[in-house]
Write a protein that binds this ligand. Structure first.
Ligand SMILES: [Zn+2]
Length: 146
């Protein structure tokens, strides 16, 4: 048995080098620990229902932000095509400090089932990602105040 470095629960690792339990791994805890200021900044924005690192299957991850009106922002790595110079999104997380692709979806079902984003931006920095979420979240308040 091993003790999880995050939650302290005892678990039986598949490999002796594993230090994170399945629950913390699939809950995105490892990625949160890599980017504590980013996830904290997102969670402080009014209008955010949740912000988490979400496993989308097949070893793929993204940063999912659910807004209180049901819209969903999903951020993955932005990569640059070495031949064309064009940026594109790939369904995995960037290394901390590397750029994101962020899409806005009607709901999280659309985001996870590869629905078409309402809009998307790339490449964006952590600060630009926070600002993008802030702008989308502010639109909720505007609607509510009408
Ligand atoms: Zn754990």
């Amino acid at each position: 048995m091993t003790t999880c470095i995050y939650c302290g629960n005892a678990f039986d690792p598949d490999k002796p080098t594993t230090t994170i339990c399945r629950s913390c791994w699939f809950g995105g805890r490892y990625f949160e620990e890599q980017r504590p200021s980013l996830i904290a900044a997102l969670r402080q924005i009014p209008g955010i229902a949740s912000a988490s690192f979400d496993h989308t299957g097949g070893g793929c991850w993204g940063l999912g932000v659910r807004l209180q009106d049901g819209r969903f922002l999903f951020a993955v790595v932005a990569l640059k095509d070495s031949e064309t110079g064009e940026w594109y999104g790939d369904p995995s997380l960037p290394e901390p400090g590397e750029p994101w692709t962020v899409g806005v979806y009607a709901d999280d079902d659309g985001g996870f089932s590869s629905g078409e984003p309402l809009t998307y931006d790339l490449p964006v920095t952590d600060d630009q990602l926070i600002e993008r979420v802030r702008v989308e979240a502010a639109r909720i308040e505007t609607k509510e105040n009408v």
